[in-house]
Every structure is written in C-alpha cells, then in structure tokens.
Design a binder for this molecule. Structure first.
Ligand SMILES: N[C@@H](CCC(=O)N[C@@H](CS)C(=O)NCC(=O)O)C(=O)O
Length: 211
C-alpha cells in the first residue's frame, strides 16, 4: 500500500489527486501544517519536515513533481502515462516542473510573508514582487491553453495536476479574481474532475477525524 504523508492543500495534494485519478489504494497520514512544528515526530521520517513524503515499498518520493512522474510511469499505463510522442513528452516534463519550480515557488514565498511569518517579519515588497513573477509566468499557461482544454496533447495529464495545484494555492492568496476567462475555464475544468473532488474529500474526512 502506498503511504502518503500530507497536510491539507499542501504540495502533497498533487500526489493525492493523482492517486485518486489512478484509483490506486493508499494510506493517508494527515499532518498539521507546518509538520516541522506541529508534528515534530515527523522529523524522524522526513529530516526537513516537508510534505509530500510518499512511500511505495522500497521507493521514497519527497518532491511532488517527481512523485507525479513516478506514479504516472509506474501505474495506470494508458491515459495518464508519460506521453511517448517526443514533443508531447518534452511539453509534459516542462509543465510538470514549471508547476512547481516556476509557479508554486513564488506563491509559497507569498504565503510565507503574507500569512505564516509573524507581523514584524512580513515583507510586503517580497509579496508584491512574487505576485508579479507568478503572474508573468501564468502568461505561459494562458498561451499554452489557446484553443485547447489541457496543457499537453489535448488530454488531461499529470502536467495539469502540477499546474492545477499552483492554481489551487493561488486561491489562498485571492489571485483568481484577476484571471483571464481562459484560466478561469481551465480551473473550472480541473476542479470538476471526480478525482480532484475525491482527493479534497479524502483530506477533509481524515482531517476532521484526527482533530
Ligand atoms: N519542492 C517540494 C516542496 C515541498 C514543500 O516545501 N512542502 C511544503 C508544503 S506545501 C512543506 O512541507 N512545508 C513545511 C515547512 O517548510 O516546514 C515539492 O514540490 O514537493
């Protein structure tokens, strides 16, 4: 059984969403955020205290984009597998990493200096700069979606989970009101997926069971 350490709506949500898309059985270990402070025993599992931490037998994954690639190439051959076409595969890999490194990083920095740091350590200039960086990068997504519903090969894939998670996180910073109709429609398409809803449900069902 795959075991996933997870905090509500953290990057580990990418793994949870894909586990649901693939309809794989899994065990969910819910932690409060940030686990480093709220569940210090988790440091015995993950020395840096971050999620995801996903265990599949001998395999351990602690980067969400890597976990998406691992799951899609290990399970569910077919719809969600890594594309075999060379240019689709290149696009798939770009979006997989773009979602985390280029989109989620500036958002996570915004979250930190908007909500998590104590007031005296908040950094409005950093928040404003990261917002500009994020929005300029979102233009890449906008352009990729012209005339298509999904990022790669016009079918849903793990690339959409990687980027879709950044869109989910951006809602916590209330960035969505300024989104174009293209991005709004894309987000709507993603969040209507039964597996997205099942992942949301799984984390909240467990979360309330714990607290
Ligand atoms: N690049 C990593 C980032 C992992 C990461 O920073 N996770 C956050 C949750 S979104 C975390 O656990 N933060 C807790 C902390 O920094 O103490 C990934 O994509 O998995």
């Amino acid at each position: 059984l795959i075991k996933l350490y997870h905090c509500p709506d953290a990057r580990s949500f990418r793994c949870l969403w894909l586990l649901e898309e693939l309809q794989l059985p899994y065990e969910l270990a819910m932690l409060q955020f940030p686990p480093r402070l709220k569940s210090p025993e988790f440091l015995q599992v993950s020395p840096c205290g971050t999620v995801p931490w996903m265990i599949d037998g001998e395999a351990v994954l602690f980067e969400s984009a890597a976990a998406l690639e691992y799951l899609s190439s290990s399970y569910g051959a077919g719809e969600l597998a890594v594309p075999s076409d060379k240019s689709d595969r290149a696009a798939w890999m770009n979006w997989l990493h773009f979602g985390e490194a280029s989109m989620t990083m500036p958002l996570a920095t915004m979250m930190r200096y908007t909500y998590f740091e104590p007031p005296e350590r908040r950094q409005p200039q950093v928040v404003a700069d990261c917002r500009d960086i994020y929005l300029s990068r979102l233009a890449m997504v906008e352009s990729a979606l012209q005339g298509r519903d999904y990022l790669v090969g016009n079918r849903f894939s793990a690339a959409d989970i990687s980027v879709g998670y950044a869109l989910l996180l951006s809602r916590m910073l209330k960035l969505q009101d300024d989104y174009s109709d293209t991005i709004k429609a894309y987000w709507e398409r993603l969040r209507q997926r039964p597996a997205y809803k099942a992942a949301k449900h799984a984390q909240s069902a467990q979360d309330s069971a714990v607290s």
